[in-house]
Design a binder for this molecule. Structure first.
Ligand code: SF4
Ligand code: SF4
Length: 116
């Protein structure tokens, strides 16, 4: 099976780079680190979490995160809160705006799904 890069795997790699051994990662005491709960390669991190980490790394300077020169950092592809693997997936802003316009003209309101 192909070992696909994902935000979770990238966090795990980041933690392994940060500490000496897998045991050190397991025993990491930095519970305030935004990646801590995902350090064992489990859970569902949000791209926002990675972004937060990058901002911490660059002393909260958004421009420095954008211009980060460390392209080999495991978190690099996600530093702007975007997942390059999902580029082009989902509706664009233009499509969504047309859809909203069309729904509004038909008098349809936004509904929530319910399971009975
Ligand atoms: S949780 Fe944070 S401090 Fe701990 S190993 Fe991962 S990156 Fe390093
Ligand atoms: S991608 Fe850049 S800003 Fe983000 S953690 Fe890595 S080195 Fe820091």
């Amino acid at each position: 099976m192909k070992n696909k890069k994902t935000p979770l795997r990238s966090i795990r790699k980041m933690c392994l780079d940060c500490q000496e051994t897998t045991t050190d990662v397991k025993n990491c005491m930095h519970t305030d680190c935004v990646l801590w709960q995902f350090r064992m390669g489990k859970g569902r991190p949000r791209l926002k979490d990675i972004r937060k980490y990058c901002l911490w790394c660059m002393l909260e300077d958004k421009n420095e995160v954008k211009l980060c020169p460390v392209t080999e950092c495991p978190l690099f592809p996600y530093r702007m809160s975007k997942n390059p693997a999902r580029k082009g997936i989902g509706a664009t802003k233009e499509v969504m705006s047309k859809l909203r316009g069309s729904r509004a003209s038909k008098g349809l309101k936004k509904t929530t799904q319910s399971h009975s």
